[in-house]
Design a protein around this ligand. Structure first.
Ligand code: HEM
Length: 531
């Protein structure tokens, strides 16, 4: 959930590079750039600049809104980070347009170092880049640094009973329910249902053909979520309706207007509310029916039903429903984008593809008699590293954002100390951290071996060198679950199909709410059944 939300800031910044997204080779873009279109590229760029700057200002103002105090710079004891003002930002426009958002932030990093402040329309955002300066960002107490009210717009999506509809103490307890429901030891029971879903899904493919893997992954992952998270009642009897309602909530709940004004009676907000009421009704019936019949299932919904607050109070039906919708939301795009990037990376790097297939051969023969189980998937280190490396290069949440409630100090690798003032918005760009060259050797290269026992680049660089799943207090609760489902899918594909990427390696579509692989990922498959 949070992952989707934090990257919203990136989405706004990403609008700045729209001109680059409108690639003249792309038929969709050709339409936009056609001469009879009233806007030429330059004016489009200018409009996007204006819109994006406005959006960023409104967004940051909104985050700061909860408690606006004037930052008294003289109260600071040390030095403030170097300031990048609007003019300096404008000078980076060509980099943004020609090379993209990560390149622009990286240029700032190279020029100003690991800590700098970006100022636009009088609003300041401090960027922290690299493990040396992000410890407090990730580990600070909620009372010192938190998401602020950035995620307020999730309240009408998940309901007032959970998350940002509640006070910090209750929300922290609810986060514990998520952690416990998805803890790695609980994953064992998910492996068999995941395998069944995956085998059933790919059994419907023909002997050979061409598919858009991006779309295929999206559908399959929703089936897995509905089975493992929501449970068999939903999967077997009402998948289509639940899937449609979830889409309605998501499509209408994460528009820019809904994000900024979640309670405005716009048509989109009304559709979102209507869909949530119906989805809540359906899921509440499922929860009630389990409670009344005493039936206990082995899925995440059940774990949330069984969760208890510290004072012994069990979760209410409304809370269980809100918590499970939040999980669906958190895992959906992050997982499907990761599986698509993994496909693009693996299928365009034959050496690693071969290594991943060889690993499948070894593990399949080891588990020939008992069949692949939890332990078998845990042993798939090569595949794990291939996914992790795809995520390093293409994190679905390229920027994480917090608000400092108390001033704090950071010390850079070079020993410089800076004060980050109270009430500042603080951001850390995963996309840049994951590519720091003193941590990752040849960071631009797709090289899963960097995570192997000899190199362990993500570990030797420090605790927060690899932040695709965030870190510390808000580290992704679903990391182990996400890896497991991706490995179950990829293990099946590698064991049963020859795959060939026939569309170009995708660019990143920064114009989306969550940056994603742009366009279709067309893959030619042929069933081989060798393993
Ligand atoms: C490859 C897939 C995934 C990626 C890359 C990812 C990434 C992230 C990131 C970066 C955050 C933290 C945001 C922040 O610090 O502000 C996060 C939080 C979270 N994720 Fe994931 N996620 C993935 C899959 C999942 C799945 C499958 C689930 C659930 C089934 C899930 C559940 C959550 C939850 C509940 C949080 C909130 C944690 C908290 O605030 O305490 N994620 N995720």
């Amino acid at each position: 959930m949070l992952s989707v939300l934090t990257s919203f800031l990136c989405f706004l910044c990403a609008a700045l590079r729209t001109a680059q997204i409108y690639d003249a080779h792309n038929p969709l873009c050709r339409d936009i750039l056609r001469p009879n279109n009233n806007m030429d590229l330059a004016s489009l760029t200018a409009v996007w600049w204006a819109v994006a700057l406005l959006f960023i200002t409104v967004l940051v103002t909104k985050i700061s809104r909860a408690r606006v105090t004037t930052v008294d710079l003289h109260r600071t004891t040390g030095q403030l980070p170097p300031l990048v003002n609007g003019v300096a930002l404008l000078k980076l426009l060509p980099t943004l347009l020609n090379k993209g958002l990560p390149a622009m932030v990286n240029d700032l990093y190279v020029k100003y170092g690991s800590v700098f402040m970006v100022s636009s329309f009088g609003v300041k955002v401090t960027l922290l880049i690299g493990p040396e300066v992000t410890a407090h960002f990730f580990q600070g107490l909620e009372s010192e640094i938190s998401h602020g009210n950035l995620f307020e717009f999730t309240v009408p999506m998940f309901g007032e009973a959970v998350g940002y509809g509640r006070d910090t103490a209750t929300r922290t307890e609810q986060m514990r329910f998520h952690i416990e429901a998805l803890r790695p030891s609980r994953l064992r029971s998910h492996v068999y249902p995941m395998l069944q879903e995956v085998e059933g899904y790919f059994a419907k493919w023909g002997e050979e053909g061409i598919v858009d893997l991006k779309l295929e992954f999206e559908k399959l992952l929703m089936l897995i979520s509905s089975r493992c998270l929501l449970g068999k009642e939903v999967r077997e009897n009402m998948f289509d309706e639940v899937y449609t309602l979830f889409h309605e909530i998501e499509d209408n709940g994460v528009t820019l207007i809904s994000f900024l004004f979640p309670y405005l009676p716009t048509p989109a907000n009304r559709k979102r509310d209507k869909a949530r009421i119906r989805l809540t009704q359906i899921l509440s019936d499922v929860v009630d029916s389990r409670k009344n019949s005493g039936r206990v299932e082995d899925d995440t919904l059940q774990k949330l039903i069984d969760s208890k607050y510290k004072d012994g109070r069990p979760t209410t039906v409304e809370e269980v429903v809100g918590l499970i919708i939040g999980l669906l939301f958190a895992g959906k795009h992050t997982s499907s984008h990761t599986s698509t990037w993994t496909a693009a990376c693996l299928l365009s790097h034959p050496t690693f593809l071969r290594a991943a297939i060889e690993e499948q051969q070894q593990i399949s023969s080891k588990y020939k008699d008992m069949g692949l189980d939890y332990n078998a998937f845990i042993e798939m280190d090569t595949l794990h590293s291939c996914i992790k490396e795809a995520l390093r290069k293409h994190p679905p949440t390229p920027m994480l954002v917090r608000r400092a409630h108390k001033q704090f100090m950071v010390k850079t690798k070079e020993g410089k100390e800076y004060d980050i003032p109270q009430d500042h918005i603080v951001a850390t760009p995963t996309i840049v951290t994951n590519n720091i060259s003193y941590i990752y050797k040849d960071p631009q290269v797709y090289d899963p071996c960097r995570f192997g026992p000899e190199r362990r680049e993500d570990k030797v660089g420090g605790k927060f060198s690899y932040t695709s799943f965030s870190g510390g207090r808000h580290i992704c609760t679903g990391e182990a679950y996400a890896y497991m489902q991706l490995k179950v899918i990829w293990s099946h594909l590698l064991r049963n199909f020859e795959l060939e990427l026939i569309s170009p390696f995708p660019k990143t579509d920064w114009g989306k709410f969550l940056p994603e692989p742009q366009g279709k990922l067309l893959v030619k498959y042929k069933r081989n059944g060798i393993l």
